[in-house]
Design a protein. Structure first.
Ligand code: FAM
Length: 435
């Protein structure tokens, strides 16, 4: 057994009694109330999900297994001569809660290498799709098409389902998927945008390095890939992609069905697609200005015009966060170091100066500060990845790290099928005393 699976098995054994005790002895303890506005308004703030993979504090931002983003970047082992950690070591952290040694991270690099071959029928399906299909449609279709590979589904069909050991099948599916996703993403990119010129993997490289290589983008894009996948991995369980993946998995659907569904949720413009929307929006008003970098006044007008036409400012606001997203800050620090004079970076910085005040003046958004998507596109654009409808696929590869770790633990702790209760409008009116 690999070190990762071995350590994970021990952690699961240690954790299970905690969940059992809470359920058996403290199941009636109340942790949340639900108001009418929460029932109508997308369940904001209702505490009804459990995860130990990450936690999102409204003011501090995300912690992965208790570590802040700067701590994760500092503590995890890194490939020789690189500033950003192994994505593989980060996956080890998400699954086990432990910071791996360099050797343990490299063991995962090797595991992924063995599992990375994309089945030919997936390539065939991708090639049959219209080339103008959105890359997220291609990405989700490829994941769904591979469902026949599921170890979990096969064993379930053969009557081998065992609630104590079924996490192992989920783990196998998660590892197989995670190993293939960067390859699928890069294949879609080269097929769709680069004259159908896929690049063979280089297995001497780690996941980030190999992804940059298969995309055909020179270093330091490998560093960008590592940073980007880690930053986008997980944002606790209530966001659309994480919650969808968890919900679908709760029906004992396997990792392929579950992840494909989660990726579909990520493709919505209020969620992951916002990163492509940001650049589209910026370019739109730069086009209107004849390609010139706008002045502060022009920018203020563009922001107001967008709001007055009933649209949201992409990359700003958040359902939980109430401060600048530390994932935004992390990317900003990268830009300050590597591309301080890049005009698009300056423009994104100008937006940071302008948008929060305007959103506050408008008085609707609860959080006027930028989220992760406000910055993602700039770095990609700088390194030549200008096809911005591909950006959400990058987000999806990263997000898979978090949601696959989560559904592995869902199985380990035996979380049941999800089934909240709905009420009618009549019932709400009765509860409110107006009927
Ligand atoms: N621009 C304009 N209006 C905004 C806004 C923004 N960036 N963010 C929120 N609002 C409005 C919102 O539309 C709502 O208006 P109505 O009352 O007319 O419906 C009002 O402010 C209250 O919304 P909220 O409670 O502050 O936010 P929600 O929790 O409902 O929604 C977001 C959260 C992220 C969907 C919302 O802020 C938004 O649409 N932002 C722009 C899109 C975006 O950047 N999404 C990416 C989020 C990111 F973190 C991710 O998932 N990757």
């Amino acid at each position: 057994m690999s070190t990762l699976k071995d350590v994970l098995a021990k952690k699961i054994d240690e954790h299970r009694p905690r969940t059992v005790k809470l359920l058996k002895e403290h199941g009636d303890v109340k942790i949340s109330d639900v108001t009418i506005s929460q029932a109508i308004g997308g369940m904001r703030g209702v505490k009804s999900l459990v995860t130990d993979i990450s936690y999102l504090d409204p003011y501090e931002g995300i912690r992965f297994r208790g570590y802040t983003i700067p701590e994760v970047m500092e503590k995890l082992p890194k490939p020789e001569g690189k500033d950003y950690p192994y994505v593989e070591g980060f996956f080890y952290l998400l699954l086990t809660g432990d910071i791996p040694t360099k050797e343990q991270a490299e063991e995962v690099v090797e595991e992924f290498r063995k599992r990375s071959q994309i089945p030919q029928y997936v390539i065939d399906i991708l090639r049959t799709m219209p080339r103008d299909s959105h890359p997220m449609t291609m990405f989700s279709s490829a994941i769904l098409a591979m469902q026949r590979e599921s170890v979990f589904a096969r064993n379930y069909k053969e009557g081998k389902f065992n609630k104590f050991t079924c996490w192992e099948d989920m783990y196998e599916d998660a590892m197989n998927l995670m190993a293939k996703l960067p390859h699928i993403g890069a294949y879609i990119y080269r097929m769709k945008y680069k004259g159908d010129t896929p690049i063979e993997p280089d297995f001497s490289l780690d996941l980030g390095g190999n992804f940059a290589h298969m995309m055909g983008i020179e270093p330091p894009y490998d560093e960008v890939a590592r940073m980007y996948f880690i930053l986008h991995s997980d944002h606790e369980s209530g966001n659309v992609s994480a919650h969808t993946t968890h919900l679908v998995a709760s029906a004992l659907s396997d990792a392929y069905y579950s992840l494909s569904a989660g990726i579909d949720g990520l493709a919505g413009p209020l969620h992951g697609l916002a990163n492509q929307e940001v650049l589209g929006w910026i370019q739109n008003f730069m086009d209107q200005l004849g390609g010139e970098v706008p002045t502060k006044e022009q920018l203020q007008k563009a922001v107001w015009d967008t709001l007055n036409s009933g649209q949201v400012i992409p990359g700003y606001g958040h359902a939980v966060l109430r401060k600048t997203d530390p994932r935004y800050t992390s990317q900003r620090e990268y830009c300050q170091k590597h591309l301080p004079d890049y005009p698009l970076f300056k423009l994104v910085s100008m937006l940071y100066d302008v948008v929060p005040d305007i959103l506050r003046e408008q008085g609707k958004a609860k959080n006027p500060w930028p989220n992760v998507d406000a910055h993602s596109g700039v770095i990609q654009w700088y390194y030549g990845l200008v096809e911005y409808d591909f950006y959400t696929v990058l987000f999806g590869i990263g997000r898979a790290l978090g949601v696959l770790a989560n559904i592995t633990w869902d199985r380990a702790l035996g979380y049941p099928i999800e089934r909240p209760k709905s009420v009618t409008t009549d019932m709400l009116e009765e509860a409110a005393g107006i009927k």
